[in-house]
Structure formats: structure tokens, C-alpha cells
Design a protein around this ligand. Structure first.
Ligand SMILES: NC(=O)c1ccc[n+]([C@@H]2O[C@H](COP(=O)([O-])OP(=O)(O)OC[C@H]3O[C@@H](n4cnc5c(N)ncnc54)[C@H](OP(=O)(O)O)[C@@H]3O)[C@@H](O)[C@H]2O)c1
Length: 214
């Protein structure tokens, strides 16, 4: 992993759930990490827990990815690093009757799940194609494969991610860049509370991170 995708990986959504588990697995593989999320204290603790035990470097970028231009500033903070892997796991969901939804919250979700993911994918695919080496992991979802009443817009954001990843898998392969979508079903994390979703049988975030290897 370190030779193929290292020495640095950027992981968004690193403070919780699937992104956090992915970051831990990359640390075990010896990759240096740029950890991105809003929860500064959580990321600071993670950095403490990872640096010495795994002998890696960790840089924190505290960022709200719903905010316009946040991607530009995040990318700028990685300009001096030899990044070979992007894990775009930051995201959240909404649920309920579409007619009752709050447009501002839906726009925020669009910004985090789609617009920031697009910006990051665009920037890092340029870098990776130039260096003829890299990997991109985009967090999709099982709900991205068809319309989903009562989570209509969340499912639509994941259809966007899934479709983008499938096409880039083909386009970027000749440039030496691997792309995958990870599209799990319900997973035990902070997700369902924030989305207001009741879920039945769940995967662990570790199981999802294990299956997302490229
Ligand atoms: N859990 C599931 O059932 C499930 C199933 C399929 C797909 N997914 C997808 O998997 C991804 C990870 O979700 P999860 O289950 O691990 O949920 P989670 O435990 O709630 O983690 C979400 C992560 O995204 C970050 N995030 C949320 N809003 C952000 C913002 N505005 N700016 C920056 N970072 C933000 C959070 O960090 P901060 O709060 O610290 O900012 C957190 O690290 C999401 O894209 C989700 O759609 C989840």
C-alpha cells in the first residue's frame, strides 16, 4: 500500500465511523495521514494515538466541507506532500418526507456529499495522473443504485458518487490511477443518528473499511 499509494493519504470524514476505520487501516499499512473533519479534539486525539505506535506523520486539516472554497484551502494544505491516495468518506444523510425537508440542510448535504467530493476528486486526479500513480476511494452507498423514497435526496447524492466513480475507474486506469466506490448497506457509525434513520441489521465500520481495499 505504501509503495503503491503512499507515502501520504488524505482521508476526509476521518473523525468517525468508516473514514476513521479507513484511516486506522492506512496507519497500520504505514501511510502518513492528512486527517480531515470538523471535530478538532477528536482528530488531535487520533493523531496522538497514531503517530508513535505506527511511526507515521499525521497532519490535521480542520475543515467544514459544506463551506464554499473549503476544498481549495484543503488542497493547498497538502501541496507540499507526496499524496498518493484520497479517501473521500465525509458525508451525511437526511431522511423523511421530501415535502417536509429543510432546503438549507439539503443544500449543505449536497455540498458535503457531492460538491466537495467532486472538487477533491478533480484536484487529486490531476495530481495522480501527472505522477502516473494513485488511488481514489469514494464513499457511495447501497441506496445509490435506485430512487429511495423517504431518503430521496440522500440517495440521489450517492447515485452521483457511484456514477462518477464507475466512469473514473475506466478513464483514469490508463493513467495508473485506481478508483473505487465503496457502497455499503447500513453500517454502525454516527450516520443514522444524524440522518434520523432507523436501521436494522448493520455492518461494522471496520468491515466496510476492510472491503474497500483497492
Ligand atoms: N453508516 C451507514 O449506514 C452508511 C452506509 C453507506 C454509506 N455511508 C457513507 O459513508 C460515509 C461515512 O459515513 P459514516 O457512516 O462513517 O458516518 P459518521 O460516523 O457520521 O461519519 C461522518 C464523517 O463525515 C464528517 N463530516 C460530516 N459533515 C462534515 C462537514 N460538513 N465537513 C467535514 N466533514 C464532515 C464527520 O466529521 P465531523 O462531524 O467531525 O465534521 C465524520 O468524520 C458517508 O459518506 C456516508 O454517506 C454510510
Amino acid at each position: 500500500m505504501r509503495t503503491r499509494y503512499g507515502p501520504w493519504a488524505v482521508v476526509t470524514g476521518a473523525s468517525s465511523g468508516i473514514g476513521r476505520e479507513m484511516a486506522l487501516k492506512l496507519a497500520e499499512e504505514g501511510l502518513n495521514l492528512v486527517l480531515v473533519a470538523r471535530s478538532q479534539a477528536v482528530l488531535e486525539q487520533m493523531a496522538k494515538d497514531l503517530r508513535d505506535p505506527y511511526g507515521i506523520e499525521v497532519r490535521l486539516v480542520i475543515k467544514d466541507l459544506a463551506v464554499e472554497m473549503s476544498v481549495n484551502s484543503l488542497v493547498a494544505q497538502t501541496d507540499d506532500l507526496d499524496v498518493g491516495l484520497l479517501v473521500a468518506a465525509a458525508g451525511f444523510g437526511t431522511s423523511g418526507v421530501f415535502l417536509n425537508s429543510q432546503l438549507e440542510q439539503e443544500m449543505e448535504m449536497l455540498n458535503v456529499n457531492c460538491r466537495s467530493l467532486l472538487g477533491l476528486t478533480w484536484h487529486f486526479s490531476q495530481r495522480f495522473a501527472q505522477q502516473q500513480r494513485g488511488g481514489i476511494v469514494l464513499m457511495s452507498s447501497i441506496v445509490g443504485f435506485q430512487g429511495m423514497p423517504f431518503a430521496a435526496h440522500y440517495a440521489a447524492t450517492k447515485a452521483y458518487v457511484q456514477t462518477l466513480a464507475e466512469a473514473l475507474y475506466v478513464e483514469l486506469a490508463p493513467k495508473g490511477v485506481d478508483v473505487i466506490a465503496s457502497a455499503p448497506g447500513p453500517t454502525n457509525s454516527g450516520f443514522s443518528d444524524r440522518a434520523g434513520m432507523k436501521v436494522g441489521k448493520v455492518l461494522s465500520a471496520g468491515e466496510v473499511a476492510d472491503s474497500a481495499s483497492i
